[in-house]
Design a protein around this ligand. Structure first.
Ligand SMILES: Cc1ncc(COP(=O)(O)O)c(C=O)c1O
Length: 351
C-alpha cells in the first residue's frame, strides 16, 4: 500500500498468499453446487461459527439482507439499534425489497441495546394495528460506536428475551473475529446464542470480496434461494473463496496486532494538545477522535493536509471528528508516522 490508509479495514489488499491461492483455486459452477473451494469455505465457516451450514455471499450488506429476507415476510418487523450498520448504511434494503419494517432503539455507550428497550419495541401480536415483530438484530463489534465487542453473556440475555416472545435473533458479525480476539474467547461462544450470523472476509481479514451467512441447514437452503433471487448466485467463485479460506485459517489469529496498533495510535494521539479521545472506547481496531475547539481548522482541512503532505488517509465522520481503523497493512512504524504527522500539523497551526 502506498498511502497510509486508515479510512477502514475494508481498504486492505489481499496478501500475496491469497493471490497465489486464488490463481490456483479449484473451481466449478457454484450455482450448480459444483465449486469444491466454495464448499470448503462454507463448511469451514459453519464449523467455526458453530452452525450447521453457511452460504458464501458477495458482501456483508448482502449477508444481512438475505438474513432479514429469509427470517421475515412482508409486513413483519425487525428490531435493531439506531446506529446499526444494517439500519443506517445498507440502503434500507430489507424494507425496499422485502417489505420488512425497522423498529430502532438506542444503542447504549457500551454497544448493547437495553433489554427493556427491546422488550418495549416488541409489538402486541393480537393488535391488528401493528406489524408482526419477527426478528432482533445485534451487531458485534458495534461499529458506529468505535468497534466495541459485545459479550456472549449479553447476547445470551437477548436470546432469552427472544425466546420468551418467539422471536429469531440475527447477528451482524461483520467483525466478529475482532470481538472474539478482544474478549479472549472462541468465536463460537459469541455466536452460540444467535440463530444466524453473517461475517465479513473482506475487512480486517484481508480477502478481496465476500461474507458468509451461517445458520441452521434449513434456513441456509432458503437463504440460497433468496441469494439467487437477488442476483447473487455466482459461478466459478472458488477463486474468491480461496482467499476466504486463508482469511479464516490464517488472518483471524493475528487481529490482536491490529488492536495493539489501534491502542498505540490512540495513546499517541491522546498526548497531542488539541486532540480529544476516549481511550476506554478503543477496544478493537478502531480509534475515534476529535479536534478540540482550540484547533483553528476543521476535520476536512486536517484530512486534506495529511493526505497532501504525508499521504495519510483518515475517515472524516463529522465537522471535527475522525475515525481511524488499523489493519494488516498498518504497521507499528506507520502508526508512529501518523501520530507524528498529526502532532506536527497541529503544532504548526499553533493549536
Ligand atoms: C458492522 C458492519 N456490518 C455490515 C457491513 C457491510 O459490509 P459490506 O461493506 O461488505 O457490504 C459493514 C461494512 O463496513 C459493517 O461495518
Amino acid at each position: 500500500m502506498d498511502s497510509i490508509d486508515l479510512r477502514s479495514d475494508t481498504v486492505t489488499w489481499p496478501t500475496p498468499e491469497m493471490r497465489e491461492a486464488m490463481a490456483k483455486a479449484e473451481v466449478g459452477d457454484d450455482v450448480w453446487g459444483d465449486d469444491p473451494t466454495v464448499k470448503r469455505l462454507e463448511a469451514l465457516a459453519a464449523g467455526r461459527m458453530g452452525k450447521e451450514a453457511a452460504l458464501f455471499v458477495a458482501s456483508g450488506t448482502m449477508g444481512n439482507l438475505i438474513a432479514l429476507l429469509t427470517h421475515c415476510q412482508r409486513g413483519e418487523e425487525v428490531i435493531m439499534g439506531k446506529v446499526a450498520h444494517t439500519f443506517k448504511y445498507e440502503v434500507g434494503g430489507a424494507s425496499a425489497l422485502g417489505g420488512v419494517s425497522f423498529y430502532t432503539v438506542p444503542v447504549q455507550p457500551d454497544g448493547t441495546l437495553d433489554l427493556h428497550d427491546i422488550e418495549h419495541a416488541i409489538r402486541d401480536p393480537s393488535d391488528i394495528h401493528y406489524p408482526i415483530t419477527r426478528l432482533v438484530c445485534l451487531e458485534n463489534t458495534q461499529g458506529s460506536l468505535g468497534g466495541i465487542p459485545i459479550t456472549a453473556g449479553y447476547t445470551q440475555s437477548v436470546r432469552e428475551l427472544c425466546d420468551r416472545y418467539g422471536l429469531s435473533l440475527h447477528l451482524d458479525g461483520a467483525r466478529i473475529w475482532n470481538a472474539a480476539t478482544a474478549l479472549g474467547c472462541d468465536v463460537s461462544e459469541l455466536t452460540a446464542p444467535v440463530d444466524t450470523v453473517s461475517f465479513c472476509l473482506s475487512k480486517g481479514l484481508c480477502a478481496p470480496v465476500g461474507s458468509l451467512l451461517c445458520g441452521p441447514q434449513a434456513f441456509i437452503e432458503r437463504a440460497r434461494r433468496v441469494r439467487k433471487m437477488l442476483g447473487g448466485g455466482m459461478r466459478q467463485v472458488g477463486i474468491l473463496a480461496a482467499a476466504g479460506i486463508i482469511a479464516i485459517e490464517k488472518m483471524t489469529g493475528r487481529l490482536a496486532e491490529d488492536h495493539a496498533n489501534a491502542r498505540r495510535l490512540a495513546e499517541g494521539l491522546s498526548r497531542i494538545d488539541g486532540i480529544r479521545l476516549d481511550l476506554d472506547q478503543v477496544q478493537t481496531n478502531m480509534v475515534f477522535f476529535s479536534l478540540a475547539e482550540s484547533v483553528p481548522f476543521d476535520a476536512r482541512a486536517l484530512y486534506e493536509t495529511l493526505e497532501r503532505n504525508y499521504n495519510i488517509k483518515l475517515d472524516v465522520t463529522g465537522a471535527r471528528d475522525f475515525r481511524a481503523v488499523t489493519h494488516y497493512w498498518i504497521t507499528e512504524e506507520r502508526v508512529d508516522t501518523v501520530v507524528r504527522a498529526i502532532r506536527e500539523t497541529l503544532e504548526a497551526a499553533g493549536a
